[in-house]
Design a protein around this ligand. Structure first.
Ligand code: MRU
Length: 345
């Protein structure tokens, strides 16, 4: 089992994903700034994992003040939450986890620093533990949509590296594989940072699931020539009408899937759904730097100083999504109703 992140009673240990697949190296830190920078540099990434990381990050930010007067503790708490919320803008899970940590402080006004720290630690561990269970459940429902011998197209990385458990979209594939359904995966490389090539292919090999790597530009052709049966992707934020922000390239996959009559599924925990957004137009879209695009993980690929447009995510209209799979089940259109039902306590 891949442990992408771990809380070690005072330090966070995470797998530096920028070094994969060449090196499997872990970083252990007690410094919130090291962790925040790791998020910004995508050493730790994937929407659910960002939520878990943010929760642990808050602990690092307040830990040294657990014996200090409450005022100082609360000041450090606010600074920590602010710092972590400035790391990456798109994944709903990151902000949801920070809201949960804020809730602990709000609901326990009479606690001293030490007691509050203990409650915050329990909450962060719960965020992690819950995600593990959500993944299992998403895997269970997602695998029901995968037929024996299915050829599945994936995008980016949505496995154990991106979550606290077996993954979301990739978790469904892993679950189908474990059930003996013999899936075959076509993994999009996922430009510009190659999460599909570097991370998904690495995870699939570890899991013994047969797979072929394709360039992002090959997806429509693979649908036609390789008989893709379904596309399944993860999500960073889902609006209430089903509009879904996910790794750049997802939108065009959904269009190509529609053109070929192939089902297009989004698998994500409810912590990815943003109840405040009626549609995807308000989702903040992170952009990558010119450095990332021009040579982040490869030798320079364009003339020095070339101008770039490098969104890290796009928004797929809910109308192109066959179903959204959460830990609660399989939700179909109209999403305004089915996602509302999914969010009901
Ligand atoms: O930029 P990344 O690597 O954090 O982007 C990750 C994705 O787009 C995933 O598809 C999404 O976060 C879901 S991960 C279960």
């Amino acid at each position: 089992m891949i442990r992408s992140i771990e809380w070690r009673s005072g330090t966070v240990r995470f797998l530096d994903q920028t070094l994969l697949p060449s090196r499997e190296e872990y970083v252990e830190t007690a410094d919130i700034e090291v962790l925040a920078e790791a998020v910004e540099r995508l050493k730790v990434r994937g929407a659910p994992l960002l939520g878990i990381t943010a929760a642990y990050g808050v602990l690092l930010g307040v830990r040294s003040l657990r014996e200090a007067p409450l005022e100082g503790f609360l000041e450090a708490f606010t600074l920590s939450v602010d710092r972590l919320s400035r790391t990456r803008p798109t994944a709903r899970n990151l902000f949801g986890a920070l809201e949960r940590m804020r809730g602990v402080v709000r609901l326990n006004p009479r606690c001293g620093s030490g007691a509050l720290y203990t409650l915050l630690e329990q909450e962060a561990l719960a965020v992690h533990d819950e995600d593990r269970r959500l993944c299992d459940s998403i895997g269970f429902y997602g695998a029901q949509l995968i037929e024996e011998g299915a050829r599945i197209l994936t995008h980016c990385n949505t496995g154990a590296l991106a979550t606290g458990g077996i993954g979301t979209a990739l978790g469904a594939v892993v679950t189908a594989h474990a059930a003996g359904k013999r899936p075959f995966v076509y993994a999009d490389e996922t430009r510009p940072l190659f999460q599909g090539a570097r991370l998904t292919m690495w995870e699939l090999r570890k899991a013994g699931i047969p797979a072929a790597l394709i360039t992002d530009g090959s997806a429509a052709w693979a649908m036609l020539r390789k008989g893709i049966d379904l596309v399944i992707v993860g999500a960073d934020r889902i609006a209430m009408n089903g509009d879904t922000a996910n790794k750049i390239g997802t939108y065009q996959l959904a269009i190509a899937a529609r053109a070929h009559g192939i089902p297009f599924y989004v698998a994500a925990p409810r912590t990815t759904i943003d109840e405040t957004l009626p549609d995807g137009s308000g989702i903040p879209i992170e952009e990558r730097t010119a450095v990332d695009l021009l040579g982040g993980f490869a030798a320079p690929i364009a003339p020095d100083g070339a101008e770039v447009f490098a969104p890290a995510f796009d928004v797929t209209p809910g109308a192109l999504i066959t179903a959204v799979i959460t830990e609660r089940g399989i939700h179909r259109q109209p999403y305004e109703r089915s996602l509302r039902e999914a969010l009901a306590p």
